[in-house]
Design a protein around this ligand. Sequence first.
Ligand SMILES: [Zn+2]
Length: 531
Amino acid sequence: MAKERLYLFDTTLRDGAQTNGVDFTLADKLAIARLLDELGIDYVEGGYPGANATDTELFASERKLNTTFTAFGMTRRPGRSASNDPGVAALLAAKADAICFVAKSWDYHVRVALETTEEENIASIRDSVRAAKEAGREVLLDCEHFFDGYKANPKFALACAKAAYDEGARWVVLCDTNGGTLPNEVETIVADVVKIIPGDHVGIHAHNDTEQAVANSFAAVRAGARHIQGTLNGLGERCGNANLVSIIPTLKLKKEFAERFEIGVSDEAMEHLAQVSHALDERLNRAPNRHAPYVGASAFATKAGIHASAIAKDPATYEHVAPEAVGNRRKVLVSEQAGKSNVVSELERIGIKVEKDDPRIGRLLELVKEREAIGYAYEAADASFDLLARRTFGKVPAYFDVTKFDVNVEHRLNAKGERITVTMAVVKLKVGDDSLISAAEGNGPVNALDQALRKDLGKYQDFIKGLHLTDYRVRILNGGTEAVTRVLIESADETGETWTTVGVSPNIIDASFQALMDSIVYKLVKSGAPA
Ligand SMILES: [Zn+2]
């Protein structure tokens, strides 16, 4: 039986850009649009041309994308004709394949916010859709506050939606703008809408204020909608938008949807989903959410020994889908509670083949237990465990040796009489027969040490070029005067892979140094740097 087509619309660059602390540059927007295009998203909403310089420039630029690149903006203002409205003019001037208008559909908003009549609001929808159609664009209409509007005055909300459809809008998108609608309500209301507008012209735009934006999107699809709007990683103002990174695999891997629908995202493209998700975090300079469904580092991680031995027999015992399908991987956490089977399967994953009775497995387990007793946390630091295991099996070359480092923090008055703190690190190291010395300033001692360490690694410098730190976490253990510091450092490289390393010491600089060293050595191992 032929499957029905469901369309995905990404608004990371428009609604997602409303997020606190998010400020995309033109280069960011173009790069993210390309990621979405390669993933197979049907529509990419680029922004609001005419509203700010970046978006105007974005829509003037050459993009070469397969996706339907969409401009967002308001329907004509009350009391003006569409041809005499500067907002509509900017939208029509933009190089966009489609135009998504936003319009009121809640009578209360029409009265209070827009200060106009219901008739004028509907006329504005009709005129704007018609103008964009006449200009040869595909047209979408976002019905703002549709669900709240429908609860208050269903007749008016439906009339707004119907006006756009009648004028030839390809999609009428029902927006849960305040994000407070629950899935059962969405399902009931969408079922009413598709009685007067065919479902293959109806879309859903859900916000996550009750943490049900994804569920609300599926509720709309169950009721007949065939277009889902969302963002990468659920980016968006307040609590975010519906998360496409969760929606895509659910549509493709869960029977209810997979049997009925097809989407533009291929199986091969979905194998890069985790990478796409992390690439956005990378651009935003955020640490990826470890617990993100499907793509988080912990999404397929198992800790307890009994689960791990079952997973080794058949992964389906504790996994709802195959991690590889979304570009993630199975992870068996090694900790002091670890059983032998955890260690064996972790070793296998990192490419060390061992016999079950190899005495080095026991030694590695002992080592993990000893080190965790003094504060190391290997289940949170996969890369440090990887190195510990490789070292136990003699598989880490002695790439370089730090013979000395020195970190200096100076607080003083500068020439202008202002108080400043200057930090400088000097690192001496040996790479083969070469002795190298590097100095660097930083915004703090760990940053300066990191800069100096990575400044010159001699013949290995090329291998660590793409390496950078993405997160740094410090925890004081034990408390009191006996306190030791645990530092966890998360790093990433040009491939989008992220890894975590750990260091423990009574001295925070020393703990950081260990974690930094592990991160660099891990990157060298992973890149196949020669000994
Ligand atoms: Zn929105």
